[in-house]
Design a protein around this ligand. Structure first.
Ligand code: GDP
Ligand code: MG
Length: 437
C-alpha cells in the first residue's frame, strides 16, 4: 500500500505539458499499430499529423503519464474518425421499414439478414425476411433455415422470378401480414460487376428502401474498403455491417471504410451464430485497432476516478503530516474503485493469465484494511496515537479481524506517514538548492 501511495505521488510530479518528444514516442507505436491493423496508409499519415497537432503543448492530466495522454488523444481521434457515437437503424414513421442487404458473395448478407431480424424481433418488431438471391444454389433454402431457427417468416418465390418482382410482392405480403420490418437478402458476386449493380439499383428504385446496409467482410482488409467505395458510389448506402470481426481481423477496415465512404458502420458480426451481431461502438473499435487490450478503458477509468483537486489536497496533507486514517481510507477506495486488482492487471497489454496467477494479488487485504479503518471512531482516525491496547481490541472485534491484523495495519500506516514525511523533506531541500522546480 505504501508503494501505491508513492506511485500516486510520482504521478503528480510528472505533471506538465506534452512535449514534442513525448508525442513522437507515443506516435511511433500508434503508427505501427495502425498499419499492422491494415489501416490505409494515407489515412494513417493524415491521422498522425492531426493527433500531433492536437497533442503538443497540452496539459498532462494528473493520473496519466505523457504517453498515456497521447494514447488517450489517439483514442478520441480514432473514435471521431469512426463517427464518434453509435448509429442506429432509422425506422420508417410509416411502417414497414424496408432494409436491403447488399455486398459481395460470402460477405455474410444472408447470415446478417437473419441476425438483424433476430435482434429486431427481440426489440418487439415483426420482421419478414425476403429471399432475393435466385442465383446461388440453395441460397433460398439457406435463408429459410435461418428464418426457422429464429422463428421469423421468410418470403420466397423460388428462383424463376426476377428479384425486383420478388421484393415488390414481399412488401405487399408483409403489409398484409402486419410485418413492420422487411429485410431483403440479395445476391452477391465474387467481384463487383455491372450486372450485380444494375440489379441492386433496380431493386432500390422499385422498393425505395429506408436502409441499404452494405455487408463487408472485415477479414479482407483493404479490399473491403475498395468494395465499400464501389457499392456506395452506385447505391449511396446508409450504413455498413462489418462481419467476421471475431476472426483475425484487427479492424483496420472499420477505420478506412468510414474515412473513405463517410458512411457509418452500424453493426459488427462477431461469429457465425445467429445471435452474434452487435451494435458498432466506435470507441471500442478504436481500442481494438490500437491493439492494446483494454488499456484505454483502464486509462479512462483512472481518469474518471482520480479527482485532480482531491489529489492536490491530499498531497498538501501528506506534506504537512496531517495525513489521517480518513485520507488513507479515501485513497484506498480510489484504488478500489478502479475495479478489482486482478481486473486491472488483465487490462495491461502482454499480461497473460499465467503471469497473473504468479502475481497473486491479495484482494482480501484491501477489504481487511477498509474494515479496520471503518471500525475506528472519528477521533481515532484523526489521531492514531491514541489507539491503545483496549481500543485495538475493540477495533479488531468491530471489523471482524484479529488484534494482529490491527497492529500490522497501524504499523503500515506509521511507515507510510514516515515515508511521506521523508519525500516532503527531500523535496524541500532540493527546492532550496534550486534543483527542483
Ligand atoms: P452471403 O453470401 O453474403 O449471403 O454470406 P453468408 O451469409 O452465406 O455467409 C458466408 C459465410 O460467412 C457463412 O459460412 C457464415 O456463417 C459466415 N459468417 C457470416 N458472418 C460471420 C461472422 O460475423 N463471423 C464469422 N466467423 N462468420 C460469419
Ligand atoms: Mg447469401
Amino acid at each position: 500500500l505504501a508503494k501505491k501511495l508513492q506511485g500516486a505521488l510520482d504521478k503528480l510530479k510528472s505533471k506538465g505539458k506534452l512535449s514534442e518528444k513525448d508525442v513522437d514516442v507515443a506516435m511511433r507505436e500508434v503508427k505501427l499499430a495502425l498499419l499492422e491493423a491494415d489501416v490505409n496508409f494515407r489515412v494513417v499519415k493524415k491521422f498522425v499529423s492531426t493527433v500531433k497537432e492536437r497533442s503538443i503543448g497540452q496539459e498532462v492530466m494528473g493520473s496519466l503519464t505523457p504517453a498515456q495522454q497521447v494514447i488517450k488523444i489517439v483514442n478520441e481521434e480514432l473514435t471521431n474518425l469512426m463517427g464518434g457515437t453509435e448509429s442506429k437503424i432509422e425506422f420508417s414513421s410509416n411502417p414497414p421499414t424496408i432494409i436491403m442487404m447488399c455486398g459481395l458473395q460470402g460477405a455474410g448478407k444472408t447470415t446478417t439478414a437473419g441476425k438483424l431480424g433476430g435482434l429486431l424481433k427481440k426489440k418487439g418488431k415483426f420482421p419478414l425476411l425476403v429471399a432475393c438471391d435466385i442465383y446461388r444454389p440453395a441460397a433460398i433454402k439457406q435463408l429459410e433455415v435461418v428464418g426457422s431457427k429464429l422463428e421469423i417468416p421468410v418470403f420466397s418465390m423460388g428462383d424463376k422470378q426476377n428479384p425486383v418482382n420478388i421484393a415488390k410482392a414481399a412488401i405487399e405480403h408483409g403489409k398484409k401480414n402486419g410485418n413492420d420490418v422487411i429485410i431483403i437478402d440479395t445476391a452477391g458476386r465474387l467481384h463487383i460487376d455491372e450486372e450485380l449493380m444494375e440489379e441492386l439499383e433496380n431493386i432500390k428504385q422499385e422498393v425505395n428502401p429506408n436502409e441499404i446496409l452494405l455487408v463487408v467482410d472485415a477479414m479482407t482488409g483493404q479490399d473491403a474498403v475498395t468494395v465499400a467505395e464501389n457499392f456506395n458510389e452506385k447505391l449511396n448506402v446508409n450504413g455498413v455491417v462489418l462481419t467476421k470481426l471475431d476472426g483475425d481481423a484487427r479492424g483496420g477496415a472499420a477505420l478506412s471504410i468510414r474515412a473513405v465512404t463517410d458512411k457509418p458502420i452500424k453493426f459488427v458480426g462477431m461469429g457465425e451464430k445467429l445471435d452474434q451481431l452487435e451494435t458498432f461502438h466506435p470507441d471500442r473499435m478504436a481500442s481494438r485497432i490500437l491493439g492494446m487490450g483494454d488499456v484505454l478503458s483502464l486509462i479512462e477509468k483512472a481518469q474518471a476516478n482520480f479527482d485532480a483537486e482531491k489529489a492536490m489536497e491530499l498531497e498538501k496533507k501528506l506534506r504537512s503530516q496531517e495525513f489521517t486514517f480518513d485520507d488513507y481510507l479515501e485513497q484506498l477506495q480510489q484504488v478500489k474503485s478502479l475495479g478489482s486488482m486482478n481486473e486491472i492487471l488483465q487490462m495491461i497489454p502482454g499480461m497473460n493469465s499465467k503471469q497473473l496467477k504468479n502475481l497473486n494479488v491479495d484482494e482480501k487485504e484491501f477489504v481487511r484494511v477498509e474494515a479496520i479503518i471503518q471500525s475506528m471512531t472519528k477521533e481515532e482516525r484523526k489521531n492514531p496515537s491514541m489507539i491503545d491496547g483496549s481500543r485495538r481490541k475493540r477495533i479488531a472485534r468491530g471489523s471482524g479481524t484479529t488484534i494482529q491484523d490491527v497492529n500490522k495495519m497501524l504499523k503500515q500506516f506509521k511507515e507510510t506517514r514516515k515515508m511521506i514525511k521523508k519525500i516532503g523533506d527531500m523535496e524541500k531541500t532540493m527546492k532550496k538548492k534550486g534543483r527542483f522546480s
